[in-house]
Design a protein around this ligand. Structure first.
Ligand code: FES
Length: 87
């Protein structure tokens, strides 16, 4: 049985024990959508140090995709751009 979470509404398959970042990269998703920060918006260090992979989780606090195990049905996406909520 294949498990899935959702990135920007689209299903992404993952393997048991895989991190969110690993599943996204295997699916060809490298742009995690954070504008202007360097190395933000992509998986850079893979060990939780650079914060480049921080993403939004529906109904929960943001997480580091490189450290967070994928779970069935998670709804994930880029963090909102800073200040976008006031645009
Ligand atoms: S890739 Fe650096 S914190 Fe996740």
């Amino acid at each position: 049985m294949t498990s899935h979470f959702f990135w920007n509404g689209g299903p992404v398959a993952f393997r048991s024990g895989e991190t969110i970042a690993a599943a996204l990269l295997r699916a060809g998703i490298t742009d995690l959508g954070r504008p202007s920060a360097t190395p933000g918006g992509r998986v850079f260090c893979g060990i939780g140090a650079c914060q480049g992979c921080v993403i939004a989780v529906a109904g929960a606090a943001p997480v580091e995709a490189c450290l967070t195990p994928a779970r069935e049905g998670l709804r994930l996406g880029p963090l909102p751009a800073i200040g976008a909520e006031h645009a």
